[in-house]
Design a protein around this ligand. Sequence first.
Ligand code: MRU
Length: 361
Amino acid sequence: MPGTILAFDTVSYDGETDEVVLIDQTKLPNETAFLRISDTAEMEAAIRRLSVRGAPAIGVAAALGLAAAARRRRFAGREAFDAWFSEAAERLAASRPTAVNLRWAVDRMERAARANPKAPPEEIGWLLLQEAKAILGEDIAVCRRIGEIGLGLIHDGAGILTHCNAGKLAAVRYGTALAPVHLGAERGMRFRVYVDETRPLLQGARLTAFEMLEAGMETTLLCDNMACDAMKRGWIDAVFVGCDRVAANGDTANKIGTSSVAVLAKHFGIPFYVMAPTSTVDPGCAAGKDIVIEQRPPEEVASLWYRERMTPEGVKIYNPAFDVTDHGLITAFVTEYGLVRPPFGEGLRRIFEQKRAGGAF
Ligand code: MRU
């Protein structure tokens, strides 16, 4: 759809200049602006301030950022390269602690570098770029496949409630939770999309509402405390959300507020689906209590969206970026390898065996 945000990948690579190109999400919906990034410190800053956000997108961005910097910098030799690379990779991986895709993508880049210990820096730069492009290409394919599978869960005209933005702006194309909507749109289907505004950073109001309108969907914005009312009125056929880290038992970290939506969905008997690329599943993390939750600055709650501070100085502010939805509240995971229904421990293990065996999705 030329002329709209949907025509641009959220994260891409300019091979002419060796720069990563990002849609600057801090400017949306009022301005469609792009950032060009050529070094890892700039990428780290872009990830921290959420110019690029969403678990899959930050993984791809970090990988491309490492490749761009490796190709543009000059190193005295392989030892100097290795010293720079380890530090830059670690800083990037630590920039947002909850979304496991970031660590996953950086680890893949480290393995690619380590697999060629004798290659000179110029050659490693090229190899890293190939690996980062592979990560980007896989993201597109995985999200499309999740979209196909998710589309099988809904009918034309269905009412879908989503929280935060797990759409194309959170990945390269399609997204995860909203991939079925984008794929359905390509096939002429239309859905009623209910968008939680998602306090405090308003990813729903700013990004999902924008993305869904651009996709031609009937889009209704809900303040976070309105989801219950919308469900009670019978408007919602299914909840589709993304995830930042899925533990081995199926407990799922996603944007703060997701678990309240899951509790509501259970109460009203509405299916609650988590769209989960296997890059977001962390088999090394046993349960939700083991997931590190990113804490964000209090200003995001107290003053970011207001002309003047809206709460008294001195009040304590709790601002976790994510919460953990208990696996018992989840109807199913939609992975690129198919649906995983309870018991999740067993189902997720099976998916990983399939993946390890090199199974196609
Ligand atoms: O803080 P954000 O905007 O990066 O949080 C994003 C989310 O919580 C998404 O739902 C999640 O990363 C999945 S994106 C496909």
